[in-house]
Design a binder for this molecule. Sequence first.
Ligand code: XMP
Length: 603
Amino acid sequence: MPGIAVLDLGGQYCHLIARRVRDLGVFSDILPSDTEVETLRHFDGVILSGGPGSVSEPDAPRVPQTVLTDLGKPVLGICYGQQLITDLLGGTVIREHVREYGLASLSIIEPDLLFQDVPSDSMAWMSHGDTVTSLPRGFRRLAKTETCDFAAVADVDKRIYGIQFHPEVTHTQHGMAILSNFVFHICHAQPTWNPASLKDKLIEQIRATAAGRKVYFLVSGGVDSNVAYALCAQALPPDQLEGLYVDTGFMRKNESEQLRLAFERIGLPNIRIIDDSQRFLDAMQDAIDPEEKRQRIGPLFIEIQQELVSAMENENHNWVLGQGTIYPDTIESGGTAGAEVIKTHHNRVPMIAELAAQNRLLEPLQEFYKDEVRALGQALGLPPDLVNRHPFPGPGLAIRTLCSDRHAKAMPHGGIDGICREFGLHGCVLPLKSVGVQGDNRSYKNVAMISGVAVLETLSQVSTRITNGYKDVNRVVYCLDAAIDFKALRVHDALLTSERLDVLREADAIAHQLLHAHGLEHQLWQFPVVLIPVSHGAGRRSESKGETVILRPVYSVDGMTAEFAKLPLPLLREMARAICQLPTIDLVCFDVSNKPPATIEWE
Ligand code: XMP
């Protein structure tokens, strides 16, 4: 079937490119980067994805040179894809001193079909460390940004294009128009792809995978597992399906009870609720590192499920495990060729791979993004409040309660403070790390804290300047308490305890109640509330191990990229005042980082 082949060079957004092309009504398929030209001849055009590699590294993924010299079909290289085209055809790519993450102003220099109906100045999303500095013979420059001379280039005669920005992420203002121009005006593809029969096909696939075996389905109450489980309930007879809900103790306030009621309401059959919170807490006793936490939680889920199933099935191996895994879970866990592990999702640990190898894993939604899952949920007739819930990660509050084994003061930082002062603010660095994603790579870096009087737009600018300029910082938080004294900030040792989880549960409930009261929850993709072991000794409890709560509301379409949500500052301050009444809370901050360079969750 003609359409667009997307060659996977390991980019976090590779699937997103294929998704966007399908959104245009054109079939697209993701293929390994070493796919031979013969296979690609069946397509109307080829897109080379971004990727974490650097063309100078010997083991970075490459495509066969013949894709550019012999295929004769249009090629579009995105980010690393552009750098690879440049390198393969004799241009130069260098590792830049100043890396570029976030929004940049894109100026078109030479009109071309690729930019038809795109204004000459617009915003584009950048996430790269390497940059093209000289072009191969036959190429011309089509667009630039302030810091990137070759934001778009082309050999128009050969129909080979390269762009440094990411048209596939929603933050690029005219990204869809640019992709559409490539697909329709340059590749001349036809809009013949129609996923209308998706539901029926998925039901068929579920029946085929289950193959008469009993399906034990891990439900969490989240959108993905609700929809996947509801699909299974339509595909399989009731005695072939049982839902297992494991209460880890890392859930939000009253969550397990609400979920039980919700399942009852929609009549999903056979849900078994298992309270194993103490076991999870014991397993996490001395875990500090985020990946360590994830690697302990994931297998424990499966261990518990296997114990339950073994007890029920009596050594009979005639069963299959069902999960609501969606595509971003896989790609962020490094599950596609060339992609780097950003975070190991609880449903992507090695034990799951073993079950998959034994053909005992059922993941009906593994190729889907959240917004597609929601559309499918609606088509299944699930109530809107279940389909539109904010996502909540499987490891729950365990990865929102940061742990530490050190004692350290906040660090003064001339460069960061200098940026802040330009805007009448102050800044320092907390010696506490959180996870980020930059240029397709995982990062685990310190957090900058800024304070002073500012409007949201200023916070956004300062945050981007700091993370673009300083390699050792991937996240910026804004202190909601005007009376902050950086010298009194201390990171202290802290483990995952039930007391800390209880405090976070209360803080989370307060923030969400106020959000709900202001009718703003549906504007947000998600609103994590995070507890970090940072005390502010100048506060009420100078000797105590006080803590800091972080408010992390974000806008996103699919969780792969995100913008910090511009909630009104008076509302955030109202939340902060209420949360500061909790016994151990010294301070409340607002996370003003986008993804990239940060991630939505801190761990
Ligand atoms: P990050 O933090 O990587 O998160 O920007 C992207 C989206 O994924 C969710 N998330 C998870 N979901 N299991 C899940 O089911 C996990 O282990 C997990 N980790 C992150 C996160 O809440 C956000 O919506």
